[in-house]
Ligand binder design. Structure first.
Ligand SMILES: Nc1ncnc2c1ncn2[C@@H]1O[C@H](COP(=O)(O)OP(=O)(O)OP(=O)(O)O)[C@@H](O)[C@H]1O
Length: 129
């Protein structure tokens, strides 16, 4: 919402338009970010493994939260990178720190997701052995 349209009345068409913008953002991330392809591959693997191992509803919830945490942090990191590139196309030590910290958020969420996946999948796999 811009500062000029604060008194705008609620419009379903506008909300639908907002969702379209958001979908375009996800599509843009999938097109431009190679890391997103890795997340997509990992997401497919985790969902398939969860289905094959018949994890329960609570385990599904944790897996979905872990997957979402990675995607949300990647999306915010991508948005941050775009903004940094506009604000400072040339090298700047603070941009370096900012981008590295944003990338660190993705790394931390991915590490958490791997730990959650191990906690959930290892007992299921052990039962099969
Ligand atoms: N304008 C800049 N000033 C300083 N350092 C930068 C700048 N742009 C990028 N960097 C450094 O280069 C690293 C990689 O930046 P980049 O924007 O390519 O992100 P990436 O996630 O590693 O790459 P990609 O998103 O293409 O996979 C950043 O983490 C940062 O350390």
């Amino acid at each position: 919402m811009s500062l000029t349209n604060q008194s705008e009345t609620f419009s379903v068409a506008k909300r639908v338009q907002s969702i379209r913008h958001a979908v375009r953002g996800v599509t843009e991330m999938l097109k431009s970010e190679h890391n997103a392809w890795v997340h997509l591959f990992a997401t497919v693997c985790v969902v398939l493994a969860a289905a094959v191992l018949s994890v329960n509803a609570i385990e599904w919830c944790f897996l979905i939260l872990a997957i979402m945490a990675v995607w949300v942090s990647e999306a915010l990191n991508t948005a941050f990178e775009f903004l940094c590139d506009v604000a400072s196309p040339d090298f700047h030590p603070l941009v370096k720190k900012s981008k590295d910290v944003a990338a660190g958020a993705v790394l931390l969420s991915a590490i958490g997701a791997v730990i959650i996946a191990l906690i959930i999948f290892v007992p299921h796999i052990a039962l099969l052995l």
